[in-house]
Design a protein around this ligand. Sequence first.
Ligand code: HEC
Length: 160
Amino acid sequence: MKILILAGCIAGCLTAPVFAAQDTSDIAVPEGYRSWFHHHSTLNMQGHEPEGNVGIQHVYANPAAVAGLKAGKFEDGATFVVDRFAYVEGLNSSISQGKLKVVAVMIKDAAKYPGTGGWGFQAFKGGDPNVKAVKDGGTACFSCHIPYQDNDFVITRNAD
Ligand code: HEC
């Protein structure tokens, strides 16, 4: 594990100048992503780190991303979306979905985003298509995805 983290750090450090040159501001919320393949949902409960990621989130994959999950390698155009909602604890030990907190997007374009594993990262606060949160070319996003290089930096795994 230590080796993996170190390897990630070295890769991150060496490619740092490329990060700065990358611009992901033209990435938009993909139209109709909720009708894509819904891969899974995750509940990050209170106490989860980082705190900003607390909520119920759903992971969607477009057809190219579904094909990539099977191959362990993704072609240009493969796209994942995660949308995260607040969660609300209700009566009778129930948990339901609250307000949309963020829509996060990863689009594969190997030539365009060489500094972040060939993936373009963008996130939309509150799901608002006009409020783009990523202004560093995706460096901060990528930092958590670096250890998953064996799956082309995608954390979600093939469910078959
Ligand atoms: C603190 C670590 C962390 C950071 C920072 C992070 N992610 Fe992720 N990301 C994850 C984890 C963990 C998953 C798996 C989520 C699940 O299974 O519900 C994930 C999954 C994803 C996915 C679905 C595809 C996949 O890899 O499984 C997308 C899209 C995504 N993240 C986008 C982003 C964007 C955009 C940013 C920056 C705004 C970002 N991530 C920053 C940890 C992180």
